[in-house]
Design a binder for this molecule. Structure first.
Ligand code: ADP
Ligand code: MG
Length: 392
């Protein structure tokens, strides 16, 4: 069954509950990156323009079912008012109950209320129907624009929409589903996956799922260390998952059987520690006993550039190295640059990968940058996402 969007609903004068993902990073009460708030603006602006009464709801951090003042959405309400050019975004101090009901009933057309952190109630993460009913009484229409939270069976994304007669996806949710569905069902060919990041074990499901539909996989980051070690390289003090070597060999064998090329690094940039201020480039068999492989080397980058030449589609997850340290960022930035310049349909997913792309300033040159790290991977693994299923 297909999913409706906000364009399919009559919203003027109606109370519209919008589940957004405002789980922004905070430091000393200040928002350090507001991109999640900005990502929801197209949906919010459209609903305001059409005269809806907006009731926004999100989680923030992990308060574990109890109110915690430092995880209040107050800084988000202030930022949102600024971004929407509103005098204020009202924030009742509880997301359910009489206070919230009162604020909602006072809403004018085009007005905006942000409910306090959903996870201040244990019912949110427990997907509790009673908690969902208390949210449901606040609104007539349900909209989910929180792709980043759609893979969790929590009350605001799962139990709640099932209680609502009218439900739809927001524009962000729609864009996420469209880009990832294309990668999943009908990727432009040849289609490659570039995979990196910290661990093979985090990504087994997605590697196996992608193996069924890619023409090749290019591996970097600490994940590559485990594959290189599985092939017999000795990598000194590098991050290697010693208990995953057999699994890595099995994955390489499966790819081989399926005729899928797996590209591994040919050279590496190594350092004395993760704080090292410079690295040196070595062959994969030349890592010193006291050294760590912290980035792919320039020969690998060139090889990956050649392998991706003429690609129709590329999905990228996971940095090619310890990009947070500028001495080991070149592999990740190099891949970002070559994908930005590529004519291929390019999709990036993963929290740290997306942070790297944003840092590179190249984000708008990708076809799609997913706001949902874990969610995008679960989608590509073919798992049913509770928040998406509930919209059908
Ligand atoms: P994503 O969030 O994009 O899915 P991951 O969480 O799997 O990515 O991995 C990102 C982390 O992996 C980053 O913090 C990065 O510094 C680290 N990393 C990547 N390559 C290496 C490496 N060779 N050695 C140590 N850490 C690495
Ligand atoms: Mg991560």
């Amino acid at each position: 069954m297909s999913i409706r969007t906000i364009d399919d609903l009559e919203v003027a004068g109606r109370r519209v509950f919008v589940r957004v993902d405002f789980n922004v990073p905070l430091s000393d009460g200040e928002i350090t990156d507001d991109s999640r708030i900005r990502a929801a603006l197209p949906t919010l602006r459209a609903l305001i323009e059409r005269g809806a009464k907006l009731i926004l709801a999100s989680h923030l951090g992990r308060p574990k079912g109890k109110p915690r003042p430092e995880l209040s959405l107050e800084p988000v309400a202030l930022k949102l008012a600024e971004l929407l050019s509103l005098d204020e975004v009202i924030l009742p101090d509880d997301c359910i109950g009489d206070g919230a009901k009162k604020v909602v009933s006072d809403l004018r057309d085009g007005g905006v209320v942000l409910l306090e952190n959903l996870r201040f109630h244990p019912g949110e993460e427990a997907n509790d129907p009673a908690f969902a009913r208390e949210l449901a009484v606040l609104a007539e229409i349900y909209v989910n624009d929180a792709f980043g939270a759609a893979h969790r069976a929590h009350a605001s994304v799962s139990a709640l929409p099932q209680l609502m007669e009218f439900r739809a996806a927001g524009y962000l949710m729609k864009a996420e589903l469209a880009a990832l569905t294309r990668i999943q069902d009908d990727p432009p060919r040849p289609f490659y996956a570039v995979l990196g990041g910290a661990k093979v074990s985090d990504k087994i499901g997605v590697i196996e799922a992608l193996m069924k539909r890619v023409d090749g996989i290019l591996i970097g980051g600490a994940m590559a260390n485990t594959f290189l070690a599985a092939r017999g390289a000795s990598l000194g003090k590098s991050l290697v998952e010693d208990d995953k070597l057999a699994l890595a060999r099995t994955l390489l064998q499966k790819a081989d059987d399926a005729g899928i090329a797996i590209h591994l690094p040919r050279d590496l940039r190594v350092g004395a520690s993760i704080e090292a201020t410079e690295g040196r480039v070595v062959g994969i068999d030349e890592v010193g006993e006291e050294e760590m492989a912290l980035d792919i080397g320039p020969a690998t980058l060139r090889a990956y550039q050649e392998a991706l030449f003429g690609a129709g589609g590329v999905f990228w997850n996971g940095p090619m190295g310890l990009f947070e340290n500028p001495a080991f960022a070149e592999g990740t930035l190099g891949v970002a640059r070559l994908l930005a310049e590529s004519k291929a349909f390019t999709v990036v997913g993963g929290g740290d990968s997306v942070a790297a792309i944003n840092q590179s300033g190249l984000a708008d040159r990708f076809d799609h940058v997913s706001t949902g790290g874990g969610a995008s991977l679960e989608f590509l693994e073919g798992k049913k996402m509770p928040g998406v299923e509930a919209l059908r």
